[in-house]
Write a protein that binds this ligand. Structure first.
Ligand SMILES: Nc1nc2c(c(=O)[nH]1)N[C@H]1C(S)=C(S)[C@@H](COP(=O)(O)O)O[C@H]1N2
Ligand SMILES: [Mo]
Length: 240
């Protein structure tokens, strides 16, 4: 198998600018044609400045899905940067906090009582493999709406039980096919794939799809800690 972009620490120009404290605007003005420039252009072409309510009430374009007989049950490779964390499902709570009017602490029973969405999509890992997978779970949009985000919210942070962390733009988090999944290929989500709850979405690369999510924080700013792989040089937006 050819590894296109193996997960190895890279110190990109973009990361340099982040560490040196220069803003996106100075990157834009200072360096056309560099990877940093492409990152910013990619970000600006997305509806990133839209208000949360507008995104909740105006559905974004769905990505075409696959048929049941196209699922590749063996193709999803377990890819974890550490060992699988031990989570007591009975005491598990999903915390939703940050710039919200109604912070949440939800049990799996409460989450599973919300409408179930099922989708068959392609999972794409930058290490050079992909898999067509069925995911079932709750739309992240539903959970975010319950938390009543303030109008200036622009980002969602995801904290995982294994120490992994991620940040997403709010438009991608509110996309109708961005799920907090608890089923894989029509079975309960296996622990190695992120049970009790993981992100699954056809609009982002594999490393954006946090497994074992324990906390979602909604904010108006992007923290310097953007994501486990991003902080080693991987692209933040990572759209498909
Ligand atoms: N918490 C956590 N989430 C994670 C990872 C991880 O190491 N820890 N790896 C990411 C990467 S690189 C990929 S490709 C997918 C793999 O999901 P899978 O192990 O269910 O195939 O999970 C993503 N989410
Ligand atoms: Mo990945």
């Amino acid at each position: 198998m050819s590894l296109i972009y193996p997960h190895q620490p890279q110190f990109t120009r973009r990361r340099f600018f982040q560490i040196s404290g220069l803003s996106g605007v100075s990157i834009l003005l200072g360096s056309c044609g560099t990877p940093a420039f492409e990152d910013i252009v990619g970000t600006l072409s997305q509806p990133i400045n839209q208000k949360v309510e507008a995104l909740i009430f105006n559905p974004q374009n769905p990505v075409p899905e696959f048929a049941l007989n196209e699922i590749q049950p063996e193709a999803l490779i377990i890819n974890s940067f550490r060992n699988t964390p031990i989570i007591d499902q009975e005491n598990y709570r999903l915390i939703v906090d940050g710039e919200v009017n109604n912070p949440l602490s939800l049990t799996m029973a409460e989450i599973q009582a919300l409408p179930l969405t099922s989708m068959i999509i392609r999972h794409v890992c930058v290490e050079g493999w992909a898999a067509i997978v069925q995911w079932g779970g709750v739309r992240l949009q539903e959970i975010i709406a319950l938390a009543q985000p303030k109008t200036n919210v622009q980002y969602a942070y995801f904290k995982s039980a294994d120490g992994y962390y991620e940040s997403w733009d709010i438009a991608s988090a509110l996309h109708p096919q961005t799920l907090l999944a608890y089923q894989k290929n029509r079975e309960p989500l296996p622990v190695d794939n992120g049970a009790p709850l993981r992100l699954a979405s056809p609009i982002k690369l594999g490393y954006k799809q946090s497994k074992w999510v324990t906390k979602i924080t909604l904010t108006s700013y992007l923290s310097p800690f953007q994501g486990y792989w991003e902080d080693q040089g991987y692209e933040w937006f990572a759209g498909l």
